[in-house]
Design a protein. Structure first.
Length: 104
């Protein structure tokens, strides 16, 4: 797969892909997730060889891992912040916790 093909697959220019490849720009979690999907590998592929790989498997609950996976799939920072505000509001409000618990 070329840089042009990869960029097109995840909605970035080939120049941006080249910057990532050369280490000139940092890759955010959402972009890393999209790269993994385009390359048909798991995100952990990019961390092979690390001495202390820590990831979502360290989360104690299946729901926590699922929540983290969905959060990483959110494409825009604005939507990630909105999602985070929603989760915090539910966690901080006993009334909202009860409403969500009763709903599902």
């Amino acid at each position: 797969m070329t840089q042009v093909d990869l960029g097109a697959a995840i909605g970035l220019s080939f120049k941006q892909i080249r910057k990532y490849e050369q280490g000139r720009n940092r890759i955010g979690a959402a972009t890393l997730f999209r790269l993994a999907r385009a390359l048909e590998v798991g995100v952990e592929y990019f961390f092979d060889g690390l001495d202390d790989p820590r990831g979502m498997t360290d989360l104690p609950h299946r729901e926590g891992r699922e929540l983290a996976r969905h959060f990483q799939a959110i494409a825009t920072p604005r939507r990630r912040r909105a999602f985070l505000r929603l989760v915090k509001a539910i966690a901080d409000s006993p009334a909202l916790q009860a409403r969500w618990r009763d709903a599902g």
